[in-house]
Design a binder for this molecule. Structure first.
Ligand code: AMP
Ligand code: MG
Length: 318
């Protein structure tokens, strides 16, 4: 261990980097993606440690695959018994079901059976047999979950029903983390959870943050547009983010809960801008599934800002 210490210190110094303008950033692989925190005014190691510890704690609580998570426990007990969870997890599940209603089921946190079957983003990704999809689909129905607020318990009524908060979890985490930073006195920061961004405050002296929107057809960092924000989440869903290819066909990770297949809507990318990261994340997934017409109608009714990019290359700003 003693021999490893200089190397460890060097690594730490590289990871927690500071540029000439006094911008500090650090990153870790969590929630299945590269996550970073950038601070624009102040920095201390304790703040970064507290931030990433909290992120890891959230990941270990709501991950579908981490075997000690609360969501894993609920899924393991599906069709057998209810599971009592923390108040925070209970409220997140409740919120995810409210957004499922709001989006007419386009956002569906009970899509877990379908997600696991396709395995997109894992080494076991494959195109399942049509029969397997049609067998599992009815178990994604929102009737298959029972919540009891008096004891914060969750019961999935069939063993084939599985919770998956992958479409809302990073946005939720960004909400919790932005509150943590604000309570710690941070005035200016960017949280980036694999492209799921939360801007804390503003960049400097009244200037907003300028966030680039990834062009689905370009290499990472190639933008098709930008948005300017203060104290807001900027969350993007796109079929280019995670996918598998079979016989020349691309199968991505955002499923249409009506078919059990990757959504074939007319959208290539959806970016939602909202002070509420949880809502922004769930809506980005839902609007991607709904397509430009229904998605725009929903966003207008909610008064939520967004930038939609169609497969034909048209940009719609709401
Ligand atoms: P996002 O990148 O936020 O659009 O979330 C995509 C992730 O959400 C997928 O990797 C799945 O875990 C999950 N998911 C896929 N389709 C849906 C859907 N229609 N409703 C809710 N969650 C979904
Ligand atoms: Mg989402």
């Amino acid at each position: 261990m003693r021999r490893c210490l200089p190397l460890l210190l060097l690594l730490l110094a590289i990871l927690t980097s500071c540029d000439s303008r006094g911008v500090f950033s650090d990153n870790r692989f969590l929630m299945g993606t590269q996550c970073s925190l950038t601070l624009y005014k102040e920095s201390d190691t304790e703040l970064f440690d507290g931030f990433f510890d909290l992120l890891e704690q959230i990941d270990h609580t709501i991950s579908r695959t981490y075997e000690h998570s609360e969501i894993h426990a609920i899924n393991q007990a599906a069709g057998v018994e209810k599971v009592a969870v923390s108040e925070e997890t209970f409220n997140l599940i409740k919120r995810s079901l409210e957004i499922a209603e709001l989006t007419d089921g386009a956002f569906n946190p009970l899509i877990g059976g379908i997600t696991a079957l396709w395995g997109i983003g894992t080494d076991d990704a494959m195109v399942p047999a049509r029969e397997e999809i049609s067998f599992l689909l009815p178990y994604c129905s929102l009737d298959h979950i029972v919540l009891d607020e008096s004891e914060y318990s969750v019961f999935l009524t069939s063993p084939y029903t599985q919770l998956d908060l992958g479409g809302i979890g990073k946005g939720y985490a960004s909400n919790v983390l932005s509150s943590f930073l604000e309570e710690s006195g941070v005035e200016s920061a960017i949280i980036n959870l694999g492209g799921n961004i939360y801007c804390v405050g503003e960049k400097e002296k009244g200037d907003p943050f300028v966030i680039g929107l990834q062009n689905p057809q370009a290499a990472h960092g190639g933008y098709y547009d930008t948005v300017q924000v203060r104290s807001s989440a900027v969350v993007t869903s796109g079929g280019y983010e995670r996918y598998t290819e079979e016989e020349g066909v691309v199968y991505h990770h955002i499923f249409d809960p009506q078919t059990g297949y990757p959504s074939t809507s007319d959208l290539a990318s959806v970016t939602i801008i909202s002070e509420d990261g949880t809502l922004a994340d769930a809506l980005s997934t839902a609007v991607f599934v709904l397509g430009s017409k229904e998605g725009s109608e929903l966003l207008e009714a909610l008064g939520t800002s967004a930038v939609l990019l169609t497969r034909d290359g048209e940009t719609i700003r709401l």
